[in-house]
Design a protein around this ligand. Structure first.
Ligand code: FE2
Ligand code: FE2
Length: 334
């Protein structure tokens, strides 16, 4: 079919590249994944910035420096791959199972993306610094310490008693898990008091605030957030061990100093947090249609808050002169 749209706009899509496959790229969308050459992916990205639905092809060409002929060729292949934003319809006319399935797919997709882009991936690859690792541990400590509070918000706002029970259990299971990261930081030479009295970076606080906002708006969405943040269902216990060993080796840490980090991943994995959404999928059917668009946008923002946190950790913890860990500023410090 011929592509006709004059102001193109795409379905949400992500570009994945892998260092061991330098010539390939993957365009990932909720409906499918397409393998393309790196060159084609780069050209697509050059025009994608301007495909907001507000630019005609001539304007996209002017802004990107790519000929209209080439743009039309790219757009035609994306159209053939069903990559264009779908025409808006009344959500109440769409089968609820289709909507629930999309919610599960998008949360898994963003979880997978974070696996690739979150600071932990850089640390694992050895592409980061020891200061970034220390920063990541501190921020993870604060985040894990705050997470049960976010679960509690979802618990309070959930209307369904059965869902409340699921959340009460999740809350109980996650409470106190910061002790695992505390142990790692102590083994790396920090004092218990200085860890407990440190404060999180702004982005870490933002993640917690945004989760609170999301769970007040739609308590069922905690299941979707679990799909993003909990380790992948396909992970194995061996993955957690390799990750720990890789960090200790690459950043010259004492053997076993991060053992508690591994234990935490193993524990959450054994508690089945990665499959919470799938197991309790039926509650996602209770989300009313009028909430869907805003809810997806809020979840997308949280995914980006983790990206912002990665950037802030690298920036803050590697800047000479910044306090490690971050210190509160009170009346007497002014
Ligand atoms: Fe946990
Ligand atoms: Fe967990």
């Amino acid at each position: 079919m011929q592509y006709l749209q004059s102001n193109p706009k795409f379905r949400h899509n992500l570009i994945f590249t892998y260092s061991d496959k330098p010539k390939e790229a993957y365009i990932v969308a909720s409906h499918s994944t397409f393998q393309v050459s790196q060159k084609d992916a780069q050209e697509f990205l050059k025009i994608r910035s301007f495909c907001t639905g507000y630019n005609e092809i001539s304007a996209i060409s002017e802004k990107s420096g790519i000929s209209t002929k080439k743009i039309n060729k790219i757009l035609q292949s994306l159209y053939d791959a069903d990559m264009f934003r779908r025409p808006a319809r009344n959500l109440t006319l769409i089968d609820k199972s289709e909507i629930v399935n999309q919610l599960l797919v998008l949360s898994k997709m963003w979880g997978k993306q974070l696996e690739e882009t979150y600071i932990a991936a850089d640390l694992n690859a050895g592409d980061s610094t020891k200061n970034s690792l220390i920063g990541w541990l501190f921020e993870t400590y604060h985040y894990i310490k705050n997470f049960p509070q976010a679960i509690w918000t979802a618990y309070k706002y959930a209307a369904d008693t059965e869902l409340k029970n699921v959340y009460a259990e999740y809350y109980r299971q996650e409470q106190g898990h910061e002790k695992f990261i505390l142990e790692c930081l102590i083994r790396l030479g920090f004092k218990q008091d200085e860890i407990v009295n440190s404060i999180p970076l702004v982005a870490t606080r933002l993640i917690c605030l945004m989760m609170d906002e999301l769970f007040k708006y739609c308590p069922e969405s905690l299941l979707l957030i679990a799909n993003i943040i909990e380790s992948n269902e396909d992970s194995t216990l061996d993955d957690f061990r390799s990750f720990r060993l890789s960090l200790e080796k690459k950043y010259s840490l004492p053997d076993g100093s991060l053992i508690a980090l591994q234990k935490h991943s193993e524990l959450d994995y054994q508690l089945g947090h990665a499959s919470l959404a799938k197991k309790h999928e039926k509650f996602l059917y209770n989300i009313t249609c009028e909430k869907i668009h805003i809810l997806i946008n809020l979840i997308h923002d949280i995914k980006h808050a983790f990206d912002a946190q990665s950037m802030e950790i690298k920036e803050y913890y590697n800047q000479v002169g910044n306090y490690i860990p971050r210190q509160p500023v009170d009346y007497f410090s002014i």
